[in-house]
Write a protein that binds this ligand. Structure first.
Ligand SMILES: [Zn+2]
Length: 256
């Protein structure tokens, strides 16, 4: 069973950060999506969300007592960051690099966010006080273009990305049930690096000297958008729309 906490109250004490988006509103959307995807995959979920409290500390202790009322495999708290940064990060006790926490970062990053990694959240109340293994996910920042990216990706994809990281590590209610499909990783980009002192670049896919647009130098790196064969020699089309030989005698081609 996985405990899910949509971070912060809906109003008053314990209310979340406000930027381009309101944290309290979107922790609930992501938590609902996460719950849906976990349940679709056959995992049991315990909601640990608190909508109102007399104070921040009352809020926190309510969340923890809900989490500790059940035997949980994971306690997952959904948050959004504020303060002008970019990217996803996850906090665990002592910064433990649990495989599922690392994959939460990777899966959300694959949706177009910077991966800030798994960090020590030992000082965070919900991390320290919950008996279960716990992770606090800062999906992205509410007050930078991260928020616009999040809005175009949508809460459902974020919930699916988190569920996909957790599912292989939790015990399903029904082992024969469906499996959550992790979001596709972005395709790697291909680069070409010049390994000879000087090399021609061409304005068209031709080896004719009339096609030469200029020269590039050793160690210069260019982004490749396509690789074709001209005559019997491979040629790269560059992001700049110029062409360069792909022959390994002159260039090194790699993906990253
Ligand atoms: Zn928060």
């Amino acid at each position: 069973m996985i405990g899910i906490n949509a971070g912060h109250t809906k109003s008053g004490a314990g209310y979340g950060a406000v930027g381009i988006i309101r944290e309290s509103e979107h922790t609930r959307k992501v938590a609902a999506a996460l719950k849906r995807h976990l349940e679709l995959a056959g995992a049991a979920v315990k909601e640990c969300t608190v909508d109102s409290a007399a104070s921040q500390s009352a809020y926190l202790s309510k969340v923890v007592s809900m989490a500790n009322g059940k035997e949980l495999e994971w306690f997952v708290s959904i948050h959004f960051n504020a303060g002008g940064g970019r990217g996803v990060e996850v906090y665990t006790y002592g910064g433990r690099q649990y495989q599922d926490a690392v994959e939460v970062c990777e899966n959300i990053a694959a949706l177009g966010f910077k991966n800030r990694g798994v960090k020590a959240g030992t000082g965070l109340y919900v991390i320290r006080k919950t008996r279960a293994k716990s992770m606090l996910i800062e999906v992205c920042f509410v007050d930078t273009d991260d928020a616009n990216r999040y809005l175009s990706v949508g809460a459902d994809k974020i919930g699916q990305a988190i569920a996909a990281a957790l599912i292989p590590h939790v015990v399903p209610v029904d082992p024969a049930g469906p499996v959550v499909v992790p979001p596709a990783q972005p395709e790697k980009q291909k680069y070409v690096k010049v390994i000879v002192p000087e090399l021609n670049v061409r304005r068209s896919p031709s080896w004719a000297s009339s096609a030469i647009a200029g020269t590039v130098r050793i160690r210069e790196v260019f982004t490749v958008t396509d690789t074709i064969t001209v005559g019997s020699t491979p040629m790269h089309r560059l992001k700049s729309s110029l062409y360069i030989t792909a022959h390994p005698k002159y260039v090194e081609t790699y993906e990253k």
